[in-house]
Write a protein that binds this ligand. Sequence first.
Ligand code: GAF
Length: 376
Amino acid sequence: MLNDFTSELSVSSPGRINLIGEHTDYNNGFVLPTAIDRKIYFEFRKNNYSNKCRIYSETFKTYTEFDPQDLSKSEASWKNYIFGVVDEIQKRGKTIDGFDCIIKSELPIGAGISSSAALECGLATGLNELFSLGLEPLELVKLSQSAENNFVGSNCGIMDQYASVMSKKGHLILLDCKSLKAEFIPADFKNCKILLLNTNVEHNLAEGEYNTRRRECEEAVKIIQKSYPEVHSLRDVNFEILEKTKHELPEKNYQRSFYVLKENERVIKATEAIKSGNIEVFGKLMYQSHEGLQHHYEVSCAELDFLVDHSRNKEFIYGSRMMGGGFGGCTINIIEENEISGYVQEVSKAYKEKFNIELDAITVVPSEGTIVEEKK
Ligand code: GAF
């Protein structure tokens, strides 16, 4: 498929990690993500002899051909990310002619490092360049998020797409998801590295539960609004308001809201900690974040809890928590560099004994966002 491919344009689009600030983005809160040095690579060329879009995924060894004027939902979920991006670009009044594209990914799927955002953002960036559409980076972020919301049907927030496009090498992004103001914080973890431990499980309730959490937060806002009309999202709620309206909120909605308010506070504290080089405080906040996600937000699972618990009381690990939407995927760990290989061996053995599942470990480096590698 797509033989004799002469590329006109190369794009690379990274996965992302999030140091802290989970399930806060769609609540207009704070997050602290960055892109990583694992990517999806795209090769593009205009296809002048038809108006068809032709895409070959080397990862899935699958070919798809479609007419951009006639998009409908596919059974294969990776195609919906692609159709969604093409659809959102066209909704903005831009024209997509025929093109060919080869996609190659080094991002594990379902690991919580957002291969989906990398796919959307890489495609959007590539088409923007190829057809000189003139879309600004923030518009590419937003349309990629809309592709996921409208075509794929996941009500995700903006964090993953923002990190995939906007990240700067060696930095974390403190993103205010309400104003979309970003501050780039040097990612200086001293003698530590960022280690991801992939549970290799993806419990299939993940997507449904994600949308449910979002709805539970929105329901809480509606109830709080009755007494505080100025409240439009959980970002506008403080602990005083939450306690005063507690008796009106169903327990679940209260727990979710409590977690979100606490997590926003933790993101700000963690940012101060990393700015002042206090990795110990930063790490403690990561553990607290995990506990909140486990007990108040209820998006963790046995495999993630096991890995986080296993890291406790290891003096060379400063912080550990589940990362991303939850119900599987990775934990993110801040660990002294010279302890990594010994620890990975030890925890992999323990994990295998407990769950009979292989653990995957990767160290990642804060990296640049989506890059147009070459225009030929
Ligand atoms: C997923 C979503 F895509 C993000 O928007 C975010 O909500 C995250 O889960 C949880 O923090 O990655």
